[in-house]
Design a protein around this ligand. Structure first.
Ligand code: HEC
Ligand code: HEC
Ligand code: HEC
Ligand code: HEC
Length: 206
């Protein structure tokens, strides 16, 4: 009658001992190195924290697309556009002066899409609601999400922009990912950058 009881208790004792020895091994694993690291760790003191060198921009929106499965942000545009809201003028009231478009938007010259066939205003702007952009029929794109509009034609650059190979990240490499929007850099009406000389020219050393 006794024998099976011993067998049974052995069944529990053996794994128990195994766990005990593992734990022992783990604790004695705290060698000189790990102890020094633990000693060197300083508790966060908020009073001693310094201000960020590059502040995180305030006016940002969450992008409609995912970056490596995660979210990211881009600079807003509407707050930077002088003539926004467009609907403050484009409100279906009849304009009785001639050349009104030239007067109101004289500064806008479209140099985009080739000399012979530049893009028309309504390729990008909604004719029905000027506060929005378009990408084909039935679409309505918020000006802050301009990358969706540019990306219908420049899909390669959009893909690169999502991945970080085109454009520029602002603020930190760590923390929230915030990138410049297409029109933070490109003028949509004349997006090409002219070739330039560097501002400072380093004279070759003799
Ligand atoms: C200060 C008033 C004003 C504001 C603000 C304004 N527009 Fe206009 N816009 C006009 C007038 C006036 C015309 C000419 C009459 C018309 O087409 O309604 C015009 C014409 C246009 C045209 C047609 C141009 C053409 O050559 O046929 C487009 C496109 C346009 N506006 C887009 C915009 C967009 C986009 C915004 C906002 C970012 C905007 N406008 C803001 C006054 C304004
Ligand atoms: C390639 C697409 C595209 C075309 C073509 C285009 N626009 Fe625009 N336009 C934009 C975008 C995008 C913005 C917003 C720019 C920004 O984010 O700063 C804009 C901004 C504007 C603004 C506001 C500018 C300001 O700072 O006040 C006006 C006005 C305007 N467009 C009128 C026109 C007119 C008129 C035409 C045709 C003659 C035209 N656009 C053609 C894409 C386009
Ligand atoms: C409807 C299609 C269309 C849309 C929308 C569009 N583009 Fe373009 N874009 C073109 C075409 C066509 C060209 C001329 C291609 C060329 O010259 O190689 C061009 C040329 C350019 C160039 C110059 C390319 C070069 O090689 O020098 C830039 C930069 C550019 N676009 C940026 C933008 C940006 C930024 C937007 C959004 C604000 C935009 N485009 C929206 C069609 C489009
Ligand atoms: C940080 C600024 C910046 C941002 C943001 C940016 N671009 Fe550009 N882009 C440039 C510069 C600079 C060039 C010129 C590169 C050259 O000449 O080698 C360029 C070139 C281009 C060209 C010409 C072809 C090429 O690849 O060289 C296209 C098209 C273009 N950009 C579209 C876009 C679109 C669409 C977006 C938004 C999704 C965007 N860019 C965002 C700075 C920017």
């Amino acid at each position: 009658m006794e024998k099976p009881i011993i067998k049974k208790s052995l069944f529990y004792i053996f794994p128990g001992l195994l766990i005990f020895f593992y734990a022992l091994a783990a604790f004695s694993g705290e060698n000189e190195g790990t102890r020094n690291i633990k000693k060197a760790i300083v508790k966060l003191n908020k009073a001693q924290q310094v201000k960020a060198v590059i502040p995180v921009p305030k006016n940002i929106v969450r992008a409609n697309v995912k970056y490596q499965g995660g979210v990211f942000f881009t600079e807003t545009r509407k707050d930077k556009i002088k003539r926004f809201r467009c609907s403050s003028c484009h409100n279906n009231k009849k304009v009785s002066i001639q050349n009104a478009a030239a007067i109101a938007h004289a500064d806008i010259k479209v140099v985009h899409g080739g000399k012979d066939k530049p893009l028309s205003c309504y390729t990008c702007h909604s004719q029905e609601d000027r506060d929005f952009l378009v990408a084909g029929k039935e679409s309505k794109i918020d000006l802050d999400h301009v990358y969706d509009m540019c990306g219908q034609c420049h899909f390669r650059q959009k893909r690169d922009w999502i991945g970080g190979a085109h454009g520029k990240r602002v603020a930190y490499w760590a923390g929230e990912r915030v990138v410049k929007n297409c029109t933070s850099c490109h003028n949509p009406h004349s997006p090409r950058f002219e070739k330039r000389w560097p501002k400072t020219y380093s004279v070759p050393q003799k």
